[in-house]
Ligand binder design. Sequence first.
Ligand code: NAP
Length: 257
Amino acid sequence: MRLQDKVTLITGAGSGIGRSAALLFAREGAAVIVNDVDEVKGLETVGEIIEKGGEALFIQADVTQPESVKAMVEVAIAEFGRIDVLFNNAGISGVGALHEIEPDTWDRIMSVNVKGVFLPSKYVLPYMMDRRTGSIINMSSCVAEMGLARRASYGATKGAVLALTKSMQVDYAAYNIRVNALLPGTIYTPFMENYLKTSYDDPTAAIESLKQRQLSGELGKPEDVANAALFLASDESKFMMGSPLYIDGGVVFGKNA
Ligand code: NAP
């Protein structure tokens, strides 16, 4: 039970990596506050956790909306009294070279992926500061470290999250709060399925070409990232501060040829 007695809040936990982390955190003894903008998917995650004997609560909120996020944190505190772990996971994809991106699309992806880290952190931090403990996990991506074709807006958001993580860590280290970032490579989730469908004529061929750019012969699974999140959430990672953690099958540091 690596998260025994911890209260955890995961944004975007109705699907993919967030759902996998919610199930894993609950299995490791945490109470899990499952956030998503989509009520049906969020409730499905909660149902699965409860069915397996875990503790979970769904709170619907859009991470881009200050009032919505503030209310979510207030409900969480009223219910559990504290938040030990905040996993800022919610995010959306964006495809296109810069000249193809509409200004509204740019604003939307910046809003979900960057403001969506800022707002939950802003409203959770005072409670962590009061108790002088906490772990915040921010979802970046390996695209923060490398150029990928037609990922300009998405890459900009994930680079911003990595920079934000480092600055946050400096400001909150004195409160014994750790802030680290996850940098996944290609993880097969509904998000990735959608990206493949909208970006390629032949998604099966695209999967093969995505595998070519990494060292592993397989694409990542949501559980691969959930396990890394579990490590950052637990006290086992107590000496990790402001760090990127790569879960990418060798995309960033390896070359196949
Ligand atoms: P996913 O399956 O699409 O799950 C993301 C969840 O976040 C969805 O349930 C989504 O709801 C929700 N969400 C979207 N906007 C939200 C908002 N404004 N407020 C609250 N919830 C919101 O995606 P995933 O692949 O698990 O990705 C999770 C995170 O990992 C994202 O930040 C993504 O950028 C990052 N990441 C993914 C990969 C990958 O290869 N999959 C690689 C690197 C990083 P809707 O479906 O209703 O929008």
